[in-house]
Design a protein around this ligand. Structure first.
Ligand SMILES: [Cu+2]
Length: 133
């Protein structure tokens, strides 16, 4: 920007430029208001998906299934086991020890889409698959 000396007349374009800037500000303000109600989240913020699995007698109760999980949700995966092992969530690479006759919980935000295996790591037994989408 060039400095304007006080003895010089105002440049003729200045009022037009000011009007254009004001117009742009109004448009931005309107766009901001209009966008607010239609902004759809990719997950329900604060929503927790609770999943419970039980491993007993060498197998997961109910059989291995694929559980759909909404992308962006918080997952609370609770695994009860009659053997001591580690619960491993592939892809997210989360692990948690579980003692025989006890439970362990893996809590994570499902922020990566895909199908991910959950297994008892030492035994190599698949517990479930989480389908995040
Ligand atoms: Cu594993």
């Amino acid at each position: 920007m060039t400095a304007i000396r006080p003895d010089q007349p105002r440049p003729r374009l200045a009022p037009l430029r000011t009007a254009a800037v004001a117009g742009a500000v109004v448009l931005l303000a309107l766009a901001g208001c209009a966008a607010r109600p239609s902004a759809a989240p990719t997950g329900t913020p604060g929503a927790v998906r609770h999943i419970e699995l039980t491993f007993a007698g060498g197998a997961v109760r109910g059989g291995v299934s694929r559980i759909p999980v909404r992308l962006g949700s918080t997952v609370d995966l609770d695994v009860h086991s009659d053997v001591t092992d580690e619960v491993h969530l592939h892809g997210y690479n989360r692990m948690s020890d579980v003692r025989a006759g006890a439970s362990t919980t893996l809590e994570f935000v499902a922020d990566t889409p895909g199908v991910f295996e959950v297994e008892l790591e030492q035994r190599g037994s698949q517990l479930t698959q989480l389908e995040v989408s």
